[in-house]
Design a binder for this molecule. Sequence first.
Ligand code: ATP
Ligand code: MG
Length: 1017
Amino acid sequence: MNAGSGSSGGISVKRSSWSCKKRVRDGVRSNFTPAKKKLSNLPEKHCSPAETNPEEKCCSDDEDLFDGYDSIIGDSSFLAKLEDVEQKAEEDQNVCFDPHPVKNSDKQCCGDELTDSIFTEDFPDASLRDFPSSQLEFQQDVLNPERQDSSLRMGLSTESTSTPDVKHCKPVSAPAESVNNKKPGPRARRSMTDQLKRAMLENAAASSRISKTALQKEAVMSEEISVAMQTIESACKDGDLGPFFGLPSKVKDLIMRLKGIQDLYDWQKVCLDLDSVKQRKNLIYSLPTSGGKTLVAEILIFKELLCRRKDALLILPYVALVQEKVRGLASFGIELDFMVEEYAGSKGRFPPVKRRSSNSLYITTIEKGHSLVNSLIEANRLDNIGLVVVDELHMLGDGSRGAILEMTLAKVLYINKSTQIIGMSATLGNIGDLQSFLRAENYTNDFRPVELKEYVKLRDSIYEVKPKEEECFRFSRLLAFKYSSGMQKMDPDHIIALVTEVIPKQSCLIFCATKKNCENVAGMICKYLHTDFLMHREGEKATLLAELRNSGNGSLCPVLQRTVPFGLAYHHSGLTSDERKLVEEAYSSGVLCLLACTSTLAAGINLPARRVILRSPYVGIDFLKRSQYKQMVGRAGRAGIDSVGESILILQDRDKDMVRKLVSAPMEKCYSNLLHDGSKGLLSLTLSLIGLNVTQSEEQVVDFMSRTLLSVQETQTCQQKSLKELTVESIEILKQKGLIEASSGAAGGASLQVTRIGRATYKGSVDLSYCDVLYRDLSKGLEGLLLNSFLHLVYLVTPYDLVSQCKPDWMIYYTQFSKLSPAEQKMAATLGVPESFVARKAAGQSVRKNVDNLVVNRLYLALVLYSLLRETDLWSVSDRFQMTRGFVQTLLSSSSAFCSCVLHFTEELEEFWAYKALLSELTRRLTYCVQAELIPLMEVSGVMELRAKQLYSAGYKTLAHLANADPNVLVKKVENLFKKQANQIVASAKMLLQEKAEALQEEFDDLLMLPIDLPAE
Ligand SMILES: Nc1ncnc2c1ncn2[C@@H]1O[C@H](COP(=O)(O)OP(=O)(O)OP(=O)(O)O)[C@@H](O)[C@H]1O
Ligand SMILES: [Mg+2]
């Protein structure tokens, strides 16, 4: 329930946006935290970067490597800031009233039968199915403002507040008018600045009597709101707001229209009807891959947003998954009146904007989810989150990311007992442990919509996997193939024979151990494919190639150039995200019939196949884990398309026994990672608990830790020391590092607080091993910051932990170094990398001089980023530095994320005030390293550079153009854009526009708030 409006069962609450109310400044942080501890306390020596497996890192470039807080405080003056807000609001206003971008809107509006009521039973005819009714309503509202007031919102909040709903596009009128005059305000509204001045004059002139009246009004309103809340709560408790698992039947219709799902699977119905679900107990449910777990979670999210009027948090493991989900759920948000907010990469505000008129679904990566929860704790708003859903709950066992997930969940459990937690997974070996940690019920089912048959191939025979039988493998058939001797040599594992049994009519995924192997396998197969393959969907493949070429600004990967005409491609982190997206889309639509990919695709986007082949039982040089195997084979069998899915693991004699274990062993257990990598998780959890005031003494920290997964698994994971000892030890380490300090508390015991650096570290989500070196680098930077180029700043935000993944090519280093300006070279020398050093290295001479390799390698990466910022051409930069374009892109996205971390780090330390404006701009530039005009389009979830270029040249130049676009026109104007994608782009743009407009309105309302403690006469 929002604070500003609400109604249920006839109760309607309306309030003026500028009524006298308590000034709440949640989340507003000072940039000038007083110093508490001298910097000299910091140890000078820094830890070396975490040892990482380069292969693994490169494969995980979809992940958020860093995250951070976004400041909400501008540095402009009060009125200047207001002017800014006003201008932005004006722009959005103009957006709403621009009738031009959408053609034929009249005609379409007439065709739409849907109303805002969620109780509608009408279903649009097939021709309209792809067309979100909200699009039509949106246009109708613009053209017919009278209709705005008649809209019933969800049967729950029938009156809107002063916050304009973009969907309804009311002109922003003066707050008083919005209460007294229900007609839409005049188009030429009063300037916000004027309103503010007027409001301030009125406030100043107002006697305390007015304040008291306003206070009374406030009290009455609060009362009404709480009655409305209770009514809604009891409506939920007593049953529901509708026939579809407590939801209105419109939700069911939308699931059918937007997802094509007609009916729920039996297990989904059973799960949603569980007593534990109805009683909002925490729940872990576990089903095989493709079992349909997502839908259950989504229905529970809708219930939380619509029935309980609380916000929900959905945590997903990868940026690409977050983007996909934001795109998929934006249409639901528009139809059902909730916000969908993306928290991935450098997107997302901390704390989130408070929304009065609607609830929010935050879709986040693991890292961003943690920062979001921290910011809500700090703003005392965590109880707004009614539900936390974690997809792929087994990620708890995944190194440092697992530790972050555990911290997030432990904090929610500790602080807000009424928040429900739901976790799902297909690969959990020790649900019991997780149940104890989350205090959750469990639901398990082995349903799979399409039967999965697992096979292994040994020499020329195929065996069915029968884990319960003694041998594990039962002979199934001999593989029929006629190979020439040359072919036998090239393809000793008979991959061509295996794939040609299914392609091109059906699809096939080949999981390979390394990236290079993916490219080789794809290339090798098409060498021997019949030329008939070239004719299959020839035109679409040509378009795909053209698009791939466009995405590379004219460059095209030679391997893809060779394989795509045959319907084959490779897919791994060496591709740019544009390339990956094009390949994925072409595969989904059947234009490509085979992908040779690394294990990233197993956990990433949902791309099932009729047949899945595992090229070998290895990932890199490691033998497959049971859970990895399950995730990979689980891609076989497309629901609604295949009657059966098959997986074939190619194995050699030497691997036979290991594979026998692999297919029959129970799923691996998922262990806490708080002690992973030198107890980094435990340390940073302790720091943030103290910083957020969740715990203020050693006893409280120990008590908190006793409720973690680590504590549940103490006997297995804490070998030498007890968890209590480890906790006490971590407090000591933090003290020694100068990140926390103790003072004597009220009851005589020591009270713990964070120091300035400690606060900056946890606020910036800076790795504890780098916080001191970061501080030192930034301080040194201030002594001679070079500002006539980006190089110095870029160097300061080049992520420390990527440095170990790159070895400079000294010739390239020297060439690039010599192109730097004299000032840049001087700056490099001051950092500790003189030209003479690079020159000697390039000449292959030995260097006696003692240099810091961390600095040298970091500067090399900074040169890559610097080139990218100047040219914005990924291909030419990766070519120049002889790096894969995927790695260069990872470097870019990691740097933009780290830049926002450094920004938040510096915001907490007044000596770094000068960095603030510089790093804000740099974050933006690194996030959207494209031509400036494409940035507004790329803000829309999942719109990447290529698509943004296409949209731009088709005339869709701003967010407003996209939000008002007609998907039918969009597909005609933009080449190779499917209707579903067009619908999603429009819905996401609409959602983003609405989000921005509401944020401005909230800011506007806040500015006009009468301070409750205004001195009276
Ligand atoms: N009731 C249903 N009827 C038809 N299709 C469904 C139904 N529920 C889900 N699906 C579809 O099944 C496919 C797999 O569902 P989903 O992605 O939820 O699987 P999952 O259980 O999360 O698997 P994984 O563990 O691989 O992530 C999706 O395409 C989804 O739209
Ligand atoms: Mg899933």
